[in-house]
Write a protein that binds this ligand. Structure first.
Ligand code: ATP
Ligand code: MG
Ligand code: MG
Length: 554
């Protein structure tokens, strides 16, 4: 069982446990609206809600906040469950739908009408908005505000029965039109919507609003601590008002700052635009901050959970450097990703003094961080590929890799020396490098102690497998693309080079058929995940999850 560092939410829970406020129980919930895919921001909320429940021996529900009918919801309901499970959390048999409470929500609304605390208003939505006033100007009461209880009950029943078209009436809570908190100026509880719902079909044509449905759903489920993001702070008086008036179980709403990440947008509306306008290839594009995108990129649930733990929870909005997320991924993959050799931009090397047809099997370490991962054999032969970047005809100072007359170490292989360069007759491009090798340096070291500064990776040309490798970079060039000036469009800050597709890469033969989703460290290059969708046996496709260089400033 893990223990997270102290934070203000834990302080509240511990206080409640001490005072016995909820009989020593901790019961949280994660309440997604099934109108989109989960993203890294949701992960923060999932880790928090499930994490706190686990830490205090409590329970956490998964509740679909599906009070707003919409057509595509079934697909989202399924993907959300998959993603929560993938992150490593289990709601057991506590899967709920707010729509299952429609009948009870309706009954509670009737009770509020009977108490004189709710009324049917027949103003248009535009009028209601105007009557509500502003921060500096008090609201005005609707002419329908003082309808009798009998009339309200009758109208509300007929609203439910489908007698009225959309927009004809709403049910409002009768609170205070002069309240300095606009949320308390007789908020709408129900509106008419002649629309089918993914679970209740055509049974209902009145649907409850979020603020009413959410607190009552929390109450029905016996939630103790209802954790939500800061925007709901000034909805809390309304949360409390409904539950106090209804005199039912009253959870404590607690607000925390939502996650914002640099070079990332997180609002569903913006993510939808990226997909619909083709800036990315779908919701699971490896550049998307969705859990599906991150998984396809090569993120592990452990890395994401560690990230969520490291960022902690605060009461003030801030923006987290995406470098921290990348740091968490490296930290995790460094421990578990097997090493392999891959050449992204191949340059042919022929060892002129190595016998033709000879093949050696050299020993390579699978993970220097974990001896239990063992070693593997890597074929070595007269013809190799090295990285084009690892050779320079005119090496600048401090270039310790291959150059004419220079000696370099092949990882797990031999020391080789460049003796000649073959160029294309017309373009002058280097086509091939001719080298000799020192047979005494097998395995990559020399007993005479001579110094070879550079070590490069390689693959054996006749054994290597051709692969496609996609290099990803941040999707936005701007530090905070969610913060654009008025009239400016966030898509203007999209990085035009966020994806580079390299074809004709060569990988060592052990990578011919990587399991989908398996991530390797390509030595010297970074971490690469076999694509979940496009990789095929014999024709692997890899996504760069993250480079090796850590830019996270501790
Ligand atoms: P959007 O505003 O993009 O539609 P949402 O907050 O309405 O997102 P929900 O599906 O309602 O999305 O979110 C489910 C839960 O996840 C809520 O409790 C919400 O507070 C939390 N959540 C959503 N985004 C973030 C975020 N960026 N950081 C932390 N928690 C978040
Ligand atoms: Mg939403
Ligand atoms: Mg929401």
């Amino acid at each position: 069982n893990f223990v997270t560092p102290p934070n203000f939410i834990k302080a509240i829970i511990e206080e409640d446990l001490k005072s016995g406020k909820y009989g020593g129980r901790v019961h949280t919930r994660f309440p997604p609206e099934p109108n989109g895919y989960l993203h890294i921001g949701h992960a923060k909320s999932i880790c928090l809600n499930f994490g706190l429940a686990a830490e205090y021996g409590g329970l956490c529900n998964l509740r679909f906040d599906d009070t707003n009918p919409s057509k595509e919801e079934v697909e989202y309901v399924e993907s959300i469950q998959e993603d929560v499970r993938w992150l490593g959390f289990d709601w057991g048999d506590r899967l709920y739908y707010a729509s299952d409470y429609f009948e009870r929500l309706y009954e509670h609304a009737v009770r509020l009408i009977e108490k004189g605390k709710a009324y049917v208003d027949s103003l248009s939505s535009e009028e209601i908005r105007r009557y509500r006033g502003t921060l500096t100007e008090p609201g005005r009461e609707s002419p329908y505000r003082n309808r009798s209880v009998e009339e309200n009950l009758d109208l509300f029943e007929r609203m439910r029965a489908g007698e009225f078209p959309d927009g004809a009436h709403v049910l409002r809570a009768k609170i205070d039109m002069a309240s300095p908190n606009l949320n308390l100026r007789d908020p709408v509880m129900y509106r008419i919507k002649h629309e089918d719902h993914h679970r209740t079909g055509s049974r209902w044509c009145v649907y409850p609003m979020y603020d009413y449905a959410h607190c009552v759903s929390d109450s029905i489920e016996g939630i103790t601590h209802s954790i939500c993001t800061l925007e709901f702070e000034d909805h809390r008086p309304l949360y409390d008002w409904f539950l106090d008036e209804l005199e039912i179980h009253h959870p404590q709403q607690i607000e925390f700052a939502r996650l914002n990440l640099t070079r990332t947008v997180m609002s569903k509306r913006k993510l939808l635009r990226l997909v619909q306008e083709g800036f990315v290839n779908g919701w699971d594009d490896p550049r998307m901050p969705t859990l599906r995108g991150l998984r396809r990129r090569g993120y592990t649930p452990e890395a994401i959970r560690n990230f969520c733990e490291k960022i902690g929870v605060a009461k003030r909005d801030s923006i987290v450097d995406v470098a921290l997320l990348e740091h968490c991924l490296r930290e995790d993959l460094n421990k578990r990703a097997p090493r392999a050799m891959a050449v992204l931009r191949p340059l042919k090397v022929t060892l002129v003094d190595y016998p033709e047809g000879r093949v050696e099997a050299l020993d390579a370490v699978n993970n220097p961080e974990d001896a239990s991962m063992g070693t593997r054999k890597v074929p070595f032969s007269r013809e190799l590929f090295i990285e084009r970047d690892d050779f320079r005809e005119d090496p600048p100072g401090k270039f310790y890799r291959l150059a004419p007359g220079r000696e370099v170490r092949l990882r797990y292989g031999y020391y080789i020396t460049c003796v000649d360069v073959v160029k294309d007759g017309t373009t002058g491009e280097v086509k091939e490098i001719l080298c000799t090798h020192d047979p005494e340096t097998r395995g990559g070291w020399s007993s005479d102690g001579r110094k070879v500064k550079g070590t490069i990776h390689w693959v054996s040309a006749p054994h290597a497998v051709e692969a496609v490798v996609r290099l990803y970079d941040h999707l936005f060039l701007k530090e905070n693309p969610a913060d654009v000036a008025e009239g400016e469009d966030f898509v203007n800050y999209i990085n035009p080079r966020s994806m580079e597709v390299l074809k004709g890469c060569r990988v060592e033969p052990s990578l011919a058929d990587p399991g989908p989703g398996v991530t390797y460290q390509f030595e010297r290059l970074g971490y690469f995940c076999a694509d979940l969708m496009d990789s095929r046996p014999g024709a692997p496709v890899f996504n760069r999850a993250v480079s090796l260089r850590d830019t996270w400033a501790k």
